[in-house]
Design a protein around this ligand. Structure first.
Ligand code: PHE
Length: 358
C-alpha cells in the first residue's frame, strides 16, 4: 500500500486481513496477529503515521477518516474471531475435564451403592419414643444450652446444694461466670414444659423429652461425656406413685421384652419426693446373676419420683391441685443393655464394623 492510502487500497487490505483473521485456528495465533496489526509498522499504522505529510487539509481529513474506518472494521473482525475461538476453547476445556462415568454407573447397577442408615442411638431414641407414644405420651424437646435456673435452681437445687456434686457441669463463657451451661440432664425440659403449660393454661402434661446431655466425665465402658437421656413427666389430677411404678413396668416389658421387669429402690433427687432408682432385670443373664449385674440379677437404668412441690411452686403450679411424677434414664444405656454392648465407647467411635451391625 502506498503511503497515501486510497479508498480502494484500504478496502482491499481490510478484505485480505479479514480472510487472514478468519483462517486463524487458535487464540495464540490471534494474539500474535493482534500485536502486528496494532504496530506502527503495520500497513494501517504506517498509513496513519503518514497522514501528517498530506498537505491538502481536506484530503488529509478524508484519508484519516478512511484509515480510521479500515482500522475499526479490522478490529471488529478481530473481536468476532476472538469470541468464536474463546468459545470453542471453553468447550474443549470442558470436554477435556469430562469424567467417563460409564463404568461407575454400570458397576452400581450390578451392586447398588451402599446407603447409610440411622445410628444405633438414633434408632434407640426412635424406638423409645414409639413405646411411649403408644402409651399416650407426647414427645417434646428442650434446649441443650441452659441457664443455671433451668438446669438446677428451678429443680430445687439452689447454689451450694450438695446435689450439684452429682453433676460435673460444663459451663459456657456467656453472661455472668457459671450461669450458662450445657445441660447435665433432660430434667430442665420439665421446667420449660411446665412454664409453657402454665402460661397457656394447657395442663395436664403427659410427655417424654429425649435429648443430648453433657457431663465432664472421662469416657469409660459405662459413661460418655456427651450422652442421651429421655425424660418423662406426667402432671394431672390425682397422680400417685402407683401410676409411676405402672408406667415404668409397662415400658420395661414393652421395650426390653416380656421377661424383663422393673423394680424401684429408694433414692434421693432434689426435684422428686419420694424418689427412686429404677432397675430392670439384667438383660445379659436374665436375672440369674452375672458379672455385668454384680451377681444381683438387676441393673440400674434411671431415676424417678413424684414431682417435688418446690418444683411446682418454682413455676407457679398449685401443688394442692396438681400432682405428678417424673423419670429420666439414659438412651445410650438402653442401647447398651438391649444389644449387649460391652463398652459404650463403641457408640462414638464410628467404626463401620460396629455401626453396620445395627
Ligand atoms: N435427672 C436425673 C439424673 O439425670 C434423673 C431423674 C429424672 C430423676 C427425673 C428423677 C426424676 O440424674
Amino acid at each position: 500500500m502506498s503511503e497515501m492510502a486510497s479508498e480502494k487500497e484500504l478496502s482491499a487490505y481490510v478484505e485480505t486481513t479479514r480472510k487472514e483473521i478468519e483462517a486463524l485456528e487458535s487464540l495464540e495465533e490471534l494474539d500474535e496477529i493482534s500485536a502486528k496489526l496494532k504496530s506502527k509498522r503495520s500497513p494501517l499504522g504506517a498509513a496513519r503515521a503518514s497522514l501528517g505529510a498530506i498537505e491538502d487539509e481536506k484530503k488529509r481529513k478524508e484519508t484519516g477518516r478512511l484509515v480510521g474506518e479500515a482500522m475499526a472494521s479490522v478490529m471488529g473482525v478481530f473481536d468476532a474471531r476472538r469470541m468464536v475461538l474463546e468459545k470453542s476453547a471453553r468447550r474443549q476445556a470442558l470436554e477435556d475435564d469430562r469424567l467417563d462415568l460409564t463404568e461407575v454407573v454400570l458397576r452400581s447397577l450390578k451392586a447398588p451403592i451402599q446407603r447409610g442408615h440411622a445410628h444405633l442411638v438414633s434408632q434407640t431414641q426412635d424406638a423409645l419414643e414409639d413405646v411411649f407414644v403408644a402409651m399416650g405420651f407426647e414427645v417434646a424437646e428442650g434446649p441443650e444450652v441452659e441457664t443455671d435456673w433451668y438446669n438446677f435452681e428451678a429443680l430445687n437445687i439452689p447454689p451450694g446444694h450438695p446435689a450439684r456434686d452429682m453433676y460435673d457441669t460444663m459451663y459456657l463463657d456467656l453472661g455472668e461466670p457459671e450461669t450458662v451451661l450445657l445441660r447435665t440432664h433432660t430434667s430442665p425440659t420439665q421446667i420449660h414444659l411446665l412454664e409453657s403449660a402454665v402460661a397457656q393454661g394447657t395442663l395436664p402434661i403427659h410427655a417424654v423429652m429425649p435429648g443430648r446431655c453433657y457431663r465432664l466425665d472421662t469416657p469409660d465402658a459405662r459413661h460418655l461425656p456427651v450422652f442421651h437421656q429421655i425424660e418423662g413427666l406426667v402432671v394431672d389430677h390425682g397422680i400417685t406413685f402407683g401410676d409411676l411404678a405402672g408406667v415404668i413396668e409397662t415400658f420395661t416389658s414393652a421395650y426390653f421384652g416380656p421377661d424383663i421387669h422393673s423394680r424401684l429402690r429408694p433414692a434421693y433427687f432434689p426435684f422428686t419426693e419420694p424418689s427412686a432408682e429404677f432397675e430392670i432385670t439384667c438383660t445379659i443373664c436374665h436375672g440369674e446373676g452375672c458379672r455385668t449385674c454384680s451377681q444381683t440379677g438387676w441393673i440400674e437404668l434411671g431415676g424417678c419420683g413424684m414431682v417435688d412441690p418446690a418444683v411446682f411452686e418454682a413455676v407457679g403450679v398449685d401443688p394442692d391441685e396438681w400432682s405428678g411424677f417424673a423419670f429420666g434414664f439414659g438412651i445410650d444405656r438402653c442401647a447398651q443393655m438391649r444389644h449387649g454392648i460391652a463398652d459404650m465407647r463403641a457408640l462414638i467411635e464410628n467404626d463401620l464394623r460396629f455401626t453396620r451391625q445395627f
